[in-house]
Design a protein around this ligand. Structure first.
Ligand code: NAG
Ligand code: NAG
Length: 287
């Protein structure tokens, strides 16, 4: 523990049970690299002086004050808040650590690793959240249209950035036709609607065979983009002989699965995903 070196400043009796120090704000949520400031105030009439200490600098013991400000321009650590100490006239010392949560929004949130199970009626989709902190305060929400299908949290002790994945298994329903599915990563560190906005993945469009469907991947761009389609493995043989360098594809109802379209030109590439599923079979109840 880094406290050892400050307690070496003064050899005093450490009293933490009756520590009269208060912080303003009482706790801090700060983005890694942003500035941090907090006030430490002692309500004891025995206060001789107050100081701050941290592995990244402090404020010297200041005599004759009842409150002292700590300020740094850039938070350089993930796991330690600064601590405030108060020396009292009777020779005691009390210390209190400012509760600090250092966060980082993810570098990216994306969908991948689609697997088709049970003959195209069920899908497993993976959402990858890259470099987020602290992951114990992360929720991943799966959206389908206006509905939230599920949410996941993580049991993670590391305060520094980690990557996490969430897998959604989904059964297709006829009602899903045209729906979009995406995941969203959100840090639960603020009261509702405060803090940075959640980070969303791209959306998958969902189609259920019934009538004839066409997948529209048309992208605007200058120069005019070129298109490339990838099909579920078992359809590739069928399509190999077709010209599919087109923005709109009309797949055959024999081939459910995930269709991936990339539109690219010299300026970049965009990817669009389409999930095609067979309409669930209707069963007749026989008594
Ligand atoms: C710190 O607290 C003292 C005493 O309440 C107050 O006078 C001072 O303005 C505060 N400073 C900041 C930056 O909040
Ligand atoms: C972050 O998550 C932990 C563990 O779930 C929780 O105890 C803590 O209060 C959360 N932090 C904030 C600032 O809400």
């Amino acid at each position: 523990l880094y406290y050892n070196f400050i307690l070496g400043l003064t050899f005093r009796k450490l009293v933490s049970t009756s520590c009269s120090l208060e912080f303003s704000p009482p706790r801090v949520v700060v983005r890694f690299g942003d500035s941090l400031s907090a006030n430490c105030t002692s309500s004891s009439d025995q206060t001789e002086g107050i100081g701050w200490e941290s592995p990244y600098g402090g404020v010297d013991l200041t005599l004759g004050v009842s409150s002292l400000l700590f300020k740094i321009d850039s938070v350089p650590e993930w796991d330690t808040g600064p601590m405030c100490y108060m020396n009292s006239c009777d020779g005691d010392q009390c210390v209190k650590v400012l509760p600090v949560t250092v966060y980082k929004m993810p570098d990216s949130v994306s969908l991948k690793n689609l697997r088709t199970v049970e003959e195209g009626q069920q899908f497993a989709i993976q959402c990858d959240i890259v470099n987020v902190a602290p992951a114990r305060n992360l929720s991943v929400l799966w959206h389908k249209g206006k509905k939230i299908l599920s949410s996941q949290t993580f049991d993670e002790s590391s305060p520094s950035p980690v990557s996490k994945s969430s897998v959604l298994t989904l059964t297709a329903h006829r009602d899903d036709d045209g729906a979009e599915i995406w995941c969203e990563a959100k840090l639960n560190l603020w009261p509702q609607e405060q803090g940075p906005p959640p980070v969303r993945s791209e959306a998958f469009s969902f189609f259920v065979f019934g009538s004839k469907i066409s997948l529209n991947c048309t992208a605007r761009g200058n120069p005019v983009p070129s298109y490339h389609w990838q099909f579920p493995n078992f359809t590739q043989v069928w399509y190999r002989s077709h010209d599919v360098n087109l923005p709109i594809l009309t797949p055959s109802s024999k081939f459910p699965g995930v269709y991936t379209c990339t539109a690219s030109n010299s300026q970049g590439t965009v990817t669009k995903y389409f999930i095609i599923t067979e309409a669930p079979r209707k069963f007749l109840a026989v008594h």
